[in-house]
Structures are given as structure tokens and as C-alpha cells.
Design a protein around this ligand. Structure first.
Ligand SMILES: [Mg+2]
Length: 275
């Protein structure tokens, strides 16, 4: 498949249907950063020879930093039964934060298109099936402040249903030293059900009483709906304040033993999915 239009690109990056409608926008774009990158294969996901051009030296990028190697898992999840396969995350240490925060990428933290748009902050050039392809990426308002805040209080895991070849390049800019998001999981780490990529939180190897996921797709965390904070899909609304609102909810969750009890009361997503 070659990326010739947005619909095809959505197949590369999307998790499935967005069940929550979007917010809206307005704020001038800042400097556009260009990342010249790598040769990628759609499903094989091999990135190599990354070169980076940055047009603003207030940001730094470490192209040597590679995400932690997380094993690929392929399976079909069955609701809440315990899993016997190897967890995606390493064991906690004494320094690991008590609660784990799982963050989605597209339309939760950033928005990407294959055509230029005025509010794009970043251009990622990838090779997709041996063809160069430019991807224009904008950052949700408050993104860096949000990540700085949550990284101080949670074990943060970026979990996207997008292909690694695209997502990895965006993350190399947002968090080059992996200080904000310690672990990264991609499409290959999702469970697939009828063409929809699901994020099965049991796979993390963490106590689900202490796991929170923030995702614009309720479907993506439908296996553990009471662990989720739904967030509106973000495209270009520069007045959007959803990340700030999310920090307030996270503050509240830090004080509880089982996040599911609070999130169930607050959002009742499990019942909404049934009805
Ligand atoms: Mg998303």
C-alpha cells in the first residue's frame, strides 16, 4: 500500500473508530520541525539511518536514543481472564511510581496528516514501501506541560495502535531522551479483533487497580473500560484544554487505591459500551 491520501494514512495510524467527537481549534503554528528519517516497511517496522534537521535549537534531539525493546505479542484477548504470557513491561522496581499511566498518541496527544496544514509543528519524512512520504504533525495544546507533569507522578507508557515506523519518529521528537514516557508500545503490541486494534491493559503486567489509560478511542480500551479516561479527539483546536482537564482527574486518581471505582463512577463507560 502506498500512502496517497489521508484515508490510507489513517490505516497506518488509527486504532479504529473514534467514539468520542472532537473538540475544535485556533492558534498559530510555531516553528515547523523537520525530521528526515528512515526506511520503513509497513508491517515489518524497521527504522534505520535516522537523520534529523531541527530548525529551532531550543529543542534538542538525541537520535541515538532507541526506545526500550518491547517484545511483540500476538493474541486475541478474552475479557478479564488472567494472562499467562510474558508481560509487555519489565518488573517494577522500588523507584517505579505506584500508578501506571497509558497514553494514546493520535488525536490524544498529536494530530497528523499527509498534507501540509498551517498549524503543523513537525514534519516527519518516512519511507513507506520504498516511497518517501511526508507526515505533518501538530501538538495538542499543553502537550509538553502535560507530559512533564505526569512523568513526575506516574509510570508513563505511550501505547499507540499506529505503526511503529510513523509513531517512533514523532516520539523521537517529543521525548528524545525517553524521560517523559518510559515505555512505548505500538500496533504490534495490540490485540486485534475484527480489524480493530485493542489495548489490553492486562498485557502490561501491572495491577489493574493502578493502571489508567487516556485515549480518544473508547473502543481501544474497551477490554478494560473502567480503567479509561476518555478524551475528545483532537485535530486542530488550539483553544483545546482537555490535557489540563485530564491532569485534574489524574490528581484525583492519585489518592485512590483502585482507579476503576472512581473512573466507573465518573464515566460509566462499561455500561455505555453495553448499551
Ligand atoms: Mg487515538
Amino acid at each position: 500500500m502506498e500512502i496517497d491520501n489521508q484515508e490510507q494514512f489513517n490505516l497506518v495510524k488509527s486504532a479504529g473508530c473514534d467514539l468520542i467527537t472532537s473538540a475544535r481549534f485556533s492558534e498559530a503554528s510555531q516553528t515547523v520541525y523537520q525530521i528526515q528519517t528512515c526506511k520503513n516497511i509497513p508491517c515489518g517496522i524497521n527504522c534505520e539511518n535516522v537523520e534529523v534537521e531541527i530548525e529551532d535549537d531550543s529543542q534538542t534531539m538525541d537520535t541515538e536514543t532507541e526506545p526500550e525493546d518491547i517484545p511483540s505479542q500476538s493474541f486475541v484477548a478474552e475479557e478479564q481472564q488472567p494472562l499467562s504470557i510474558k508481560p509487555l513491561l519489565p518488573m517494577k522496581t522500588r523507584r517505579t511510581h505506584r500508578q501506571t499511566l497509558v497514553l494514546d498518541l493520535d488525536e490524544t496527544l498529536v494530530h497528523s496528516e499527509i498534507k501540509p496544514f498551517s498549524t503543523a509543528n513537525l514534519i516527519v519524512n518516512i519511507f513507506y514501501q520504498d516511497r518517501p512520504c511526508s507526515i505533518y504533525v501538530s501538538f495538542r495544546p499543553g502537550l509538553f506541560r502535560f507530559l512533564e507533569a505526569v512523568s513526575q507522578r506516574f509510570e508513563v507508557v505511550l501505547f499507540t495502535a499506529s505503526h511503529k515506523c510513523y509513531a517512533e519518529q514523532v516520539l523521537k521528537f517529543i521525548d528524545p531522551d525517553m524521560k517523559l514516557m518510559k515505555y512505548r508500545l505500538y500496533r504490534e503490541n495490540c490485540a486485534e479483533s475484527n480489524g480493530v486494534f485493542l489495548k489490553d491493559l492486562r498485557m502490561l503486567g501491572r495491577d489493574l487497580r493502578e493502571v489508567i489509560i487516556v485515549d480518544n478511542s473508547v473502543q481501544a480500551f474497551s477490554l478494560q473500560p473502567d480503567n479509561g479516561i476518555p478524551i475528545s479527539s483532537w485535530y486542530n483546536d488550539m483553544m483545546d484544554r482537555e490535557l489540563y482537564r485530564t491532569v485534574e482527574i489524574l490528581d484525583e486518581l492519585q489518592r485512590v487505591g483502585d482507579v476503576r471505582e472512581v473512573l466507573h463512577q465518573k464515566f460509566n463507560i462499561s455500561n455505555n459500551l453495553i448499551n
